[in-house]
Design a protein around this ligand. Sequence first.
Ligand SMILES: *Cc1c(COP(=O)(O)O)cnc(C)c1O
Length: 447
Amino acid sequence: MIQDDHDYVWHPFTQMGVYSETDPIIIERGEGSYLYDVNGKAYLDGYASLWVNVHGHNNARLNNAINEQLGKIAHSTLLGSSNVPSIELAKRLVEITPGNLRKVFYSDTGSASVEIAIKMAYQYWKNKNPEKYAAKKKFLTLKNGYHGDTIGAVSVGGIDAFHAIFKDLIFENIQVGCPSLFKSDYETEAELIESITAEIREILEKQSEEICGFVIEPLIQGATGLYAQPVRFLKEVEKLCREFGVLLIVDEVATGFGRTGTMFACERADVNPDIMCLAKGITGGYLPLAATLTSQEVYDAFLSGSHAEKTFFHGHTYTGNQVTCSAAIENLNLFEETNLIAHIEKTSALLKSELEALNNLDYVGNIRGYGLMYGVELVEPKETESPLSIATVEKIIQTCKENGLMIRNLENVITFVPVLNMSESEIKKMTDIFKNALNHVMHETIA
Ligand SMILES: *Cc1c(COP(=O)(O)O)cnc(C)c1O
């Protein structure tokens, strides 16, 4: 099977030249917080199968919801007709998201949800007044942002390692500083917020006529290495967007559905966006579904009495698929019934204290995050400024896997993004395996 994997499968975000030199773990099944490979070895799922899994693997309720829907129909189109679960889910999403958001546009990946947000925001201004808003064709974005891998999403992204190669294909945007205290020259949160908001204000004063919207990962910039923002920053961004008439587009693909400890990151900052992108956790991590939510105001700008006029010409074949929407509805039911947000409050406090206990180690740098989304930066012992070598970081990850923990690094940052309903004892087990691997590898390296 390993040979067939090497022969036939091209893996995402993977240097296949390196991958093909290793024996990959091949997962066969899952149960609760655990993944099992083809040899029956168990791994605690410390990355929630790439930040998606909510209620555990092989969850009977989610399985039943999917099976029940399959007994009725798997898929029919939303183009010109509708279906039962997509209507119910849209209503539920509008009920639980911030008050401005009234309409749900479905798609199937986080990247597509951002692509849709960008096109929606752009066309919103054209529909409102094509002459007055003729210059509006750029987006304000944050340095180190990640919004997905399609060309529009790459255009609003800001991670050179992923995006630089495509620079001739993307459209131009305006990037502002990265609001992360530990990556900046500022000593205090207040200084950081003041400096970046001043930068944003200056850009908006000069160029708001060219800007359709501000695209932001709220509270945590994920893929760049879990850069946590001060909560108040998002509120300041919201105020500036309102003042200068620019749409606020929050990419909650990673942060949505409990990941940062509240159902949505916007909630913690008391922010009411114009557009919100959702994916990853929306189906509990079971099936590919995404949604772009927007306000009545944006929606109304697309209305007309004639088919070709002001219409949003965007859609995907599987938009609003019944099976994925059914899983998403059951995901929301389980959130309520298991009181998951309250559970995360406890496990988040435990994860934070377990990780912060590592602070006194020579090779542990910054520790940051919210909810169940934490990054631990590893640095060279003694010269704490320089990142730990990737070879050593990979050795730590490898040791974690050998000891039954599935976890990933983003450069020299170890990411803790576990299954959301993980128990307190599983959280403790996860951090214990990591600590032991760290001790083991670093001891070896120092010796
Ligand atoms: C993962 C992610 C995306 C892209 O989602 P895909 O489903 O992988 O296309 C977009 N934005 C953020 C913040 C993400 O974390």
